[in-house]
Design a protein around this ligand. Sequence first.
Ligand SMILES: NC(=O)C1=CN([C@@H]2O[C@H](COP(=O)(O)OP(=O)(O)OC[C@H]3O[C@@H](n4cnc5c(N)ncnc54)[C@H](OP(=O)(O)O)[C@@H]3O)[C@@H](O)[C@H]2O)C=CC1
Ligand SMILES: CC(=O)C(=O)O
Ligand SMILES: [Mg+2]
Length: 637
Amino acid sequence: MASRILASTTESGPFLSLARSVPGLAFLSYPGCSTFASVASSGLSPYKPHEFESTNIVRKKGQDVLHDPLVNKGTAFGIAERERLALRGLLPARILSMEAQVNRIMEDYQYGRDYIDPVNVKDEGVTKEHVRKWNVLQQLQDRNETLFYNMLLNNFVDMAPIVYTPTVGWACLNYHKVYRRPRGMYFSSEDIGEMNAMVWHWPENEVDAIVVTDGSRILGLGDLGVNGLGIPIGKLDLYVAAAGFHPTRVLPVVIDVGTDNEALRSDPLYMGLNQPRMTGARYYEVIDEFVRAVMGRWPRSVLQFEDFNMANAHPLLHRYRDHHMVFNDDIQGTAATALAGLYGALAVQGKPVTALKEQRICVVGAGSAGMGVVQMIAQGMRKHGLSEEEAQARFWINDKDGLITSKRDPAATMDVVKPFARKVEEDVEGERLLDVVKRVKPTVLIGLAGVRGRLFTSDILKAMGETNEQPIIFAMSNPTSRAECTAEEAQKHTDGRAIFASGSPMADVEMNGRTLICSQANNLYMFPGVALGARLGATHHISDNMLMAAAEAIPTLVPKSDLDRGCVYPSLHRIRHISCRVAMAVITMAYEEGHLHNPRAVAALKQGDDALEDWVVDHQYVPEYRTLIELPQGVME
Ligand SMILES: NC(=O)C1=CN([C@@H]2O[C@H](COP(=O)(O)OP(=O)(O)OC[C@H]3O[C@@H](n4cnc5c(N)ncnc54)[C@H](OP(=O)(O)O)[C@@H]3O)[C@@H](O)[C@H]2O)C=CC1
Ligand SMILES: CC(=O)C(=O)O
Ligand SMILES: [Mg+2]
């Protein structure tokens, strides 16, 4: 880029005159840089290296600076430079020294990826092979997104566990160590009053989908602060591969309001604010300003809230959902996924969807995901004829203090849980899960507690097997290390009769010459298609009925031959098709509710299912090379 950036010299040097004579020239000071070489070879007298040490002025802005290796300082850019070079929002908040940056790279240089806590790797159910593959894909994504998405789409089943759970959990734990270049946007509580301006530092005028986290509950791994950005990145990789969003039109975001993870905060490589997590009105002020800023610039975008802790997940959803195309993936995406899986499991048992209302459902984990699942299944039961109270009475919810009953201190029980608390006459407040399972004989056991220690013990699994011909067991916590049990354990203790699904992928189980399927009950079945339907249909908001329609669409996609093998979800090999059908279900429900505001979607819908499907597919990004130049007339690409 000699026409725009040039090595500078002392103010009196003739080199400066040369620079001044060329409009638009900016300056660099790297001894031995290519500009020096080109000046030398042009016949002008060469300069000694020290003469290049002077003020440097860069005329580039924003990502052009970060992507120029000659001027980039990454996380070491100071506040004034961030302001003047339009970098605010494009880098994590903490300013690192060059020494810290050197240390990060030196570790890699000396020991390779092995230095990244091998214990962590093993513990999180991630192998060194996962990490090696993650590294290859991450580097590819930085070099060539078309190729990256082409490979991800065409090898989805193999590669989703690398860019998404479980490997993404490992990546978040180690994000401060494996960080090489920024991706997406970073907002922080230091940016109050600035966010409206900061959004303009993002280079794209069109953004269709934003996934945001505040890093407070990353998978089952807890508070990881800005390290949590790995999750929005992984989710949006699936938006592109699974749903066909265009890679330039998706935006991963982390909002840094501090972290209560003291080990991270005191790590010299951590890139977030060094402050405890902000709460209360100030916290909402930050999130409000962020939502206003992104929705102001990209009003047609879908905004997905991801991995917010329980205290804020529900309140934030209700704060924005009537005003923007907002949804909370952990609450709503997971709920729709679990309901779809239950319908699939009933189909495996040869039962109709109406059998939902007969199930006794034990849920472990009364957080965002667990309660979202409970609410949606209850909504499904009401659709099949139960009253609200009858539906509520079909649930037994355990948290870390055991069974939740109405004897529980109301101040310690979230409002969303209260209607599902068992009535006092049962007098079993705090009952242990094993006792609940033995007493209640649930037909369905769902785990969404996100803790270590395999909560579904052999005794609990055996009890499920003793009272059910085909017990439905979904160990949905992520990553693999947090799963309530493994597929193998579930099958071993139920004599291979369990209809089993896990949140992160697990291998099928071979037992007595039979292959026992492990389905993946993960919201990846939902969020790409839900967002696609909402964005294409311009639905203005995302309603419960749209999610219900999406949940009902999924089981219709499982062929009989797969049901016979025990699959409760359609194969992820067909993820584009699945996301398309989910999008169609959302669009159709939006129309029924009077919220389909894109006239072209209305026109396609009115021509029938095939036309609507063609219309959706036509809008899906295909990761193929296209010519980037104008070809002379008559020349074929
Ligand atoms: N498969 C999928 O698609 C999805 C899976 N998940 C997974 O679900 C898990 C939970 O997520 P989320 O609901 O958002 O997290 P939350 O933190 O909101 O909820 C976790 C809940 O589990 C409870 N809990 C903690 N320890 C125990 C215990 N020993 N026994 C029973 N309950 C316990 C917590 O109680 P307390 O607050 O009192 O500690 C809390 O009610 C995570 O692992 C996440 O990865 C989430 C979304 C989608
Ligand atoms: C899958 C997901 O969203 C989670 O585990 O949080
Ligand atoms: Mg999540």
